[in-house]
Every structure is written in C-alpha cells, then in structure tokens.
Design a binder for this molecule. Structure first.
Ligand SMILES: [Zn+2]
Length: 339
C-alpha cells in the first residue's frame, strides 16, 4: 500500500518531476542476425513521449482509484439510508393492516397520510441520489480534463491516453458502471413495487351517491344486540341510484344467496384484493365472469339478515377485512401525491 507520509510524498514528487524533465538521447541497439550486425536507432523524442505517456497513465489511474473508492463509499451510505427507509414503509404497511401477515391492526387516517408521505419522501431521496451521483461524476470528469490539459502533452499523446482510458470518464457519452446502475435499478424497482401495492387499493365506493350508516369495527349487532366485528361498512344510496358497481376490474368468484349476507357478490382483483357486496336485491353477474371497473354487479336490497335496504361493502386483502373507508382514503391520498 502507498504511504502518504510528508517525506514519502515529496520524494515521490521529485521522482515524477525527474522522470518528466529527464533528457533523452537517440539510442542505438546493435543486433546480431545470422552473422550480420544491424543497427537500430530509437529517437530521443520517442523515448520521452513513451515515458511521459506512462507517467500520465499511472497518475490518472491513481487519481481515478482514489476518486472511485470515494464514490463507492458515498453510494454505499446512500443505499443503506434507502434500505432503512424501505423498512419504515414496510412497518407502516404492517401497522396499517395491509400486509396479510400482520394482525388486523387499528389505524387512523393520519397513519395512512403518513405512509403516503413516506413514499413521496423516498421518491425524492432517490431523485436526489441520482442527481448527486451525476454531479459528482461531472465534476470529476472536468478535473481530469484540466489535469490532462495542464500536463503539456501534445494532442497525439493525449489521444493515445484517451484511447486506453475511456473507462475513466473522458468520453462525452459516459455510461454509468453497470454494477452501480443495477443497484440503482433495484432501488427503483422496490420503490415502484411498494407504490403498486398501494395503487392496487380501490379509490372509490361502489355507489354513486350514498350515506354511510354504519362504520367498520366492533359494534352491537342490530339483530341479536351482541357486540361483534362489523367487517365492512353499510351504505344507503341517495337519489334512487341503486346500482352497485365494481370498484376495480376483476373476476366474480361468488354470486349467490348466503344466509346472513343475503344475495352476495365477491369480486377478486389484482394483488390479493377482494371486494364483497352484500344484501343485494338483484344479482346481475355470474360466477366466473370478468368485470370491468364500474360494471353493475347488482342493485341495493334488503336480503339476508338485514333491518332495512342498504349495501354491506367489504374490502379484503389476503382474506383479511380492512376498513373500506380508510383504504379508499389512502388510495385517494396516494393518487393526489403522485400527481
Ligand atoms: Zn354491514
């Protein structure tokens, strides 16, 4: 390893200056070839250019090595910061009960907003990361250009160095190191993966105009009066707009009568998301049918264990019921921030 003691450094400088300024003379080499003697002349100019090219190559390589290891350390730190940020988002998702592995957690609208904010922040960090990195390379490239310019070498010698040192960043169409760019691509992929989980959430309710008459959570059952979990929300349509519409595209997995829920439709969407529509009057789809977003699934009714005309709506993620109101709000918040 190189030792950068003051003494060592000045000796190194003297050696470099000495080699640079050294005077060269034409050299003659005598070769014996099948009894004949041949003279080979190596001009002084050629020797000097060769020695100087080697010196510049060695110096540039040393500068690059120091610079690149600095960049690597910097990028590593940034990567660790981003990974920490991922963990935070996963924890946020878990506490929001969106991760199927987590318990059916309690969460507030503020948690959801916080989650959306974290994702936005993370996105900004990635943009900053790319910006810093590009700036870093650009300034190093310009330093190196100056270094070569001040070396006093003629165009031809510089072009030889450039020919051999393209990796060092002289070329205008510089391409990032594939290792670094793949790490970057991975970060971006994880980011978009998280975003697509949130984007899988429904952004709307199944009725056009409605009032919510019963929220998600523990409540006294309207019929037997015992406390139980109300695993969805109850909606009453306004202005006779009774059509129940799919909140996202998907496939109908259940379309039949159920003792408690009455006429029931369940639609399976992407990414483990399901929606349930209960107490329908008429069912207008068949099991196995593919439905588009907003497709009419049936009409609001009073079938099954129900005390009046209303729609019971559930959102299930990996078969865990979550609060439809909060999920819809989260999806709307994420969409707002993305715009
Ligand atoms: Zn209900």
């Amino acid at each position: 390893m190189l030792k950068f003691s003051k003494n060592g450094l000045s000796r190194w400088t003297k050696l470099v200056v000495g080699l640079w300024d050294r005077e060269y003379h034409d050299s003659r080499i005598i070769l014996e070839q099948q009894g004949d003697l041949k003279y080979l002349v190596i001009p002084a100019r050629f020797q000097r250019n060769l020695a100087r090219t080697l010196l510049v190559t060695v110096s540039v390589t040393a500068v690059l090595l120091v610079g690149m290891s600095g960049t690597a350390a910097y990028l590593h730190t940034r990567k660790m910061m981003l990974e920490d940020s991922h963990k935070e988002i996963y924890i946020a998702l878990q506490s929001a009960g969106i991760n199927p592995d987590a318990q059916n957690g309690e969460y507030t609208q503020e948690d959801m907003l916080e989650m959306a904010r974290t994702i936005r922040e993370r996105d900004m960090q990635i943009r900053q990361y790319l910006g810093d990195w590009t700036e870093n390379l650009a300034s190093r490239n310009s330093q190196l250009r100056t270094l070569v310019k001040n070396s006093g070498l003629n165009e031809k010698v510089i072009s030889i160095i450039q020919g051999n040192q393209k990796v060092g960043g002289f070329s205008e169409n510089f391409k990032p190191n594939s290792l670094l760019s793949s790490a970057f691509a991975k970060e971006t992929a994880i980011n978009s993966e998280l975003k697509s989980v949130l984007e899988a959430l429904p952004e709307k309710m199944p009725l056009e105009e409605y009032v919510i008459t019963s929220d998600f959570g523990i409540r006294k059952h309207p019929i037997d009066n015992k406390p139980n979990l109300h695993a969805g929300i109850d909606l009453i349509p306004l202005g006779n707009k009774d059509n129940v519409r799919a909140v996202k595209p998907g496939k109908v997995t259940i379309a039949r009568y159920h003792g408690h829920m009455g006429n029931t439709v369940i639609v399976r969407h992407d990414r483990g998301l399901e929606t349930l529509y209960g107490h329908l009057d008429k069912i207008l789809v068949k099991e196995g049918q593919e439905v588009a977003e907003d497709a009419i699934l049936g009409t609001v009714g009073n079938t099954g264990q129900s005390t009046g005309k209303h729609l019971h709506f559930e959102v299930l993620i990996g078969s865990y019921q979550v609060d439809p109101k909060k999920v819809v709000q989260t999806a709307q918040n994420v969409r707002k921030i993305e715009k």
